[in-house]
Design a binder for this molecule. Structure first.
Ligand code: C5P
Length: 233
């Protein structure tokens, strides 16, 4: 698995997104389309970014009854994205149904990744708000194992948890990790965070970086810094 940086394009319009991506002359970063942009622009934004040559992680975090998720995944599979996701909290049955729905008649499908616990959730909030007891690392690993049992390709987790997930589920099991901040940057609402450099040491496959790049004075330089710290040997 080749390490890569995925830019979270958390914008509310296509125009804003194109203006942002036009700064990256000659480069085609792997991009993440989340709920904000997808709800604003619909599937057309996916087609357009695909046409521009970007690889796409469609981050819609599905979580519903198995039948609904299966049918929705079948619709998403026609968009030809590279990666999409759901919440592992939806159960193994839901994840199996999702995989079935996502698989095209010819047997191909995008990568399917499960969210374990959001990187904005602290252990305290998990205990008090969600009534999930125990250690957050154990919960993340348990959800990752469920995703593996269901046949998924990997999980979204904090970079701090990528090592234990790999230990429990194997090196080939993909970890996609938001919650990335530069050592000298703002944290915002994220809790379980680390730097691109440390994420590389821990051994994650993809880092998802939003505001440290999108809100930077020079987004291209911030992206290059991520590549430098995370990808380059
Ligand atoms: O701006 P920032 O770098 O915090 O963006 C992180 C991105 O990753 C956001 O788009 C957020 O929705 C997403 N994400 C996350 N934690 C998860 C799953 C996705 O922060 N567990």
């Amino acid at each position: 698995m080749k390490r890569d940086v995925i830019i979270a394009c958390d914008f509310s319009s296509a125009e804003e997104t194109y203006n942002f991506l036009d700064k990256f002359t000659g480069k085609k970063p792997f991009v993440k389309i989340g709920m904000e942009l997808f709800y604003a622009e619909g599937p057309e934004i996916v087609r357009q970014l695909k046409k521009r040559g970007h690889r796409i992680f469609l981050d819609l975090k599905l979580h519903d009854i198995p039948n609904t998720v299966k049918k929705s995944m079948a619709v998403l599979s026609r968009l030809d994205v590279d990666m999409c996701n759901l919440h592992a909290a939806g159960t193994i049955e839901m994840m199996r149904a999702a995989l079935e729905g996502l698989t095209r008649p010819d047997g191909t499908r995008p990568l399917l990744i499960a969210v374990t616990q959001l990187t904005s959730t602290s252990e305290e909030r998990m205990h008090n708000d969600l009534l999930i007891n125990g250690n957050i690392n154990d919960v993340v690993v348990h959800y990752a194992k469920n995703a593996k049992i269901a046949g998924l390709d990997g999980v979204v987790c904090s970079p701090l948890e990528a090592g234990i997930v790999k230990e429990a589920c194997g090196k080939e099991f993909i970890t996609v990790t938001p919650g990335i901040r530069f050592a000298d940057g703002a944290v915002g609402d994220q809790v379980r965070i680390t730097t691109p450099e440390r994420a590389k040491e821990i051994g994650t496959d993809y880092i998802v970086v939003g505001r440290p790049i999108t809100a930077a004075e020079n987004p291209v330089a911030a992206y290059e810094r991520c590549l430098q710290e995370f990808v380059n040997e």
